[in-house]
Design a protein around this ligand. Structure first.
Ligand code: BTN
Length: 276
């Protein structure tokens, strides 16, 4: 019988702290929820929860995260901190950056790795992963579950709509005539944790400014025309076209209706490219 993910991870982990305390479960509702309970009981930064499947995997903006493929990654890492560090605002962007840099470093030949603002992971324009950071305050400290899902070895998506927009590492490798071994799951997880251990503390101590230039380099929307899923920041109706011009100092997306006009901040909306 093959070893479970926690037993495999310990053999290839290169971090100091992140992922060294690890609970792996075959099935759960959501690893973010499991981790939130664990942090409430006192577990600290770097503790990791992974699952083979989630019954109620959550995505951003109240969406469902398809967690039916046991070969994919469903993981949540704990971040527990008191006051005196950068706010939560751009934490998801920092996590997304750490993940995309790790993936590009491991699989540069598979295609173009990009971030869809704020923190969707894209490979050749299709979504391959996402980040959901959820925070609670307890005993004067912020307890944040940094959850991420990555489509790794699945070779199909049940939902035809999702299949058009999403991909997996295995599907892209297959298109290039390659087969990925099962151990890629643990090797990727180890690399993701190593990058997060470096990127997230930099963000926490220095704010978005210290990662902004690296983030800009991956952000697909910058310089492009986008539609916002909600009401525009200027009161315009959902679907209005804006130009994404830059990121603000806290990671908010700056958009304007036309060159020379006022720039508006977008913080938690979903944005879609007008021309893919
Ligand atoms: C998104 O793209 O909308 C974010 C998806 C985040 C999914 C991960 S899987 C592990 C963790 N547990 C959850 O319920 N969600 C996150």
């Amino acid at each position: 019988m093959s070893k479970s993910l926690d037993a495999q991870l310990i053999d290839c982990l290169q971090t100091k702290v992140w992922g060294r305390v690890h609970r792996h479960v075959p099935v759960t509702d959501s690893t973010n929820d499991d981790l939130a309970r664990w942090m409430e009981q006192g577990t600290k930064t770097g503790s990791l929860v992974t699952a083979d499947r989630q019954r109620r995997g959550r995505g951003r903006l109240g969406r469902h995260w398809d967690s039916s493929a046991a070969q994919d990654l469903y993981a949540s890492v704990a971040l527990v901190h008191g006051p005196g560090v950068a706010g939560m605002g751009a934490l998801g962007l920092a996590v997304g950056l750490g993940l995309i840099q790790a993936l590009e470093g491991q699989f540069p030949e598979l295609g173009t790795w990009r971030l869809k603002w704020p923190n969707d992971l894209l490979l050749d324009g299709k979504k391959i992963g996402g980040v959901l950071c959820e925070a609670r305050w307890s005993r004067g400290e912020a307890q944040v579950a940094c959850g991420f899902g990555l489509n790794l070895l699945r070779n199909r998506f049940e939902d035809p709509g999702v299949a058009q927009r999403a991909t997996s590492l295995a599907l892209v490798a297959q298109e290039r005539g390659k087969t990925l071994p099962a151990r890629v799951r643990v090797e990727v997880l180890a690399q993701l944790l190593l990058n997060l251990e470096q990127t997230v503390p930099r963000y926490l101590s220095g704010g978005f400014g210290v990662i902004a230039s690296a983030y800009r380099g991956y952000c697909r929307e910058l310089g492009r025309a986008v539609r916002l899923s909600g009401q525009g920041p200027d009161g315009s109706p959902p679907g209005t076209v804006f130009q994404a011009i830059d990121l603000d100092e806290d990671g908010a997306l700056l958009v304007q209706r036309a060159r020379g006009q006022r720039a508006w901040r977008v913080q938690s909306d979903d944005v879609w490219l007008v021309a893919p």
